[in-house]
Design a protein around this ligand. Structure first.
Ligand code: ASP
Length: 325
């Protein structure tokens, strides 16, 4: 073949499938976690990074950009170059921030590409180890008699722990003092040390501390009991009298808007492989977490689910009159 023909063929291929896309990924991918290292979002992102590394055959680096209930990290990804090298693992805060923050620098769903929902996890209502209550009824009396003096930790406005805490306070007509952290990992350290009194936290992070006797558990926040040994005898808050109480935390994988469709397809098929990885499933299920197996693991299913959650939480937040600037 003449050199000119070879060049023309190469140019033709390059214009229909740019080399950058065909070779994707050819350098490390960063997953931004919008909370501190060591918490539930960080754990799921690191486990997922490990499971994605195999199908993508690339290194995946986790970047913890915590603060403001996950909105700082989410904004970082919304504004990142849409080239598939900066992704986001975010939880329910993706759906609550639009109603909670009057000044949010990004739009949901418009500023993101949806790559698939990853998991669903129950949360637990836990306290520092020295709280003198044997069950939820006793804890309830303790909270009601505290006159707002108890400190309730959370991961900032819009975080799962904030929402769950807000709903508990509403249900108990209690007004606790809220203490925000950059994630529930540092909040957990303070709870175990008795610096704060109470917190809602995902089983991901609370189960090891419950098992170790470092915190006390008073309820599961989903409508069904968790089946793992550490939680199977713990009643749901709904069973304990907070009728229909339901906070189920989920995580999803996102890319900035405008990421090429070829890259989205590649990331989604890698995600589907990861979600079937027996090692990944085993790690998550040991902590009471369900890995998504239905069509919410597709870009359309994920987006539809988040839109419904934006709607659902928007109404809860509006009726609570909660907001942040
Ligand atoms: N579990 C936290 C929350 O309450 C976030 C985290 O640190 O992963 O939203």
């Amino acid at each position: 073949m003449k050199l000119l023909t070879k060049v023309l063929i190469a140019v033709g291929i390059a214009s229909s499938t740019p080399f950058a896309l065909a070779d994707y990924p050819d350098r490390p991918i960063t997953i931004v976690v919008p909370f501190a290292a060591g918490g539930p979002s960080d754990k799921i992102a690191r486990d997922l990074a490990e499971a994605l590394r195999k199908p993508l055959k690339e290194t995946i680096v986790v970047d913890n950009t915590g603060g403001a209930g996950g909105t700082i990290g989410a904004a970082k990804v919304a504004n990142a170059k849409p080239d598939g090298y900066t992704l986001l693992v975010h939880h329910i805060g993706m759906a609550t921030a639009p109603a909670l923050y009057r000044k949010l620098s990004y739009k949901v769903p418009d500023d993101f590409e949806f790559l698939g929902l990853v998991n669903e996890a129950p949360s637990t209502l836990i306290t520092k180890p020295t709280v003198d209550a044997k069950n939820f009824a006793e804890l309830r009396k303790y909270i009601e008699s505290s006159g707002g003096k108890l400190n309730m930790a959370n991961a900032g406005i819009g975080s799962a722990s904030h929402l769950c805490g807000l709903m508990i306070q509403q249900a108990l007509k209690a007004d606790l003092t809220t203490v925000p952290y950059k994630g529930t990992a540092p909040a957990m350290a303070d709870l175990m040390a008795g610096q704060v009194d109470i917190m809602c936290e995902q089983a991901t992070n609370s189960v090891p501390q419950i098992e170790g006797g470092k915190v006390k558990v008073f309820g599961v926040t989903s409508t069904k009991r968790a089946t793992i040994p550490a939680l199977k005898n713990v009643p749901t808050l709904s069973e304990s009298g907070l009728k229909d109480f339901n906070v189920q935390v989920w995580h999803g994988l996102y890319a900035p808007k405008g990421t090429p469709p070829e890259i989205i397809a590649k990331l989604n098929s890698a995600l589907k492989v990861a979600l079937k990885d027996p090692e990944f499933i085993k790690r998550e299920e040991a902590l009471g977490i369900s890995v998504i197996k239905d069509d919410r693991n597709t870009p359309t299913g994920h987006k539809k689910f988040v839109e419904a959650e934006v709607d659902r939480w928007g109404k809860v937040i509006q009726s609570a009159g909660a907001y942040a600037d």
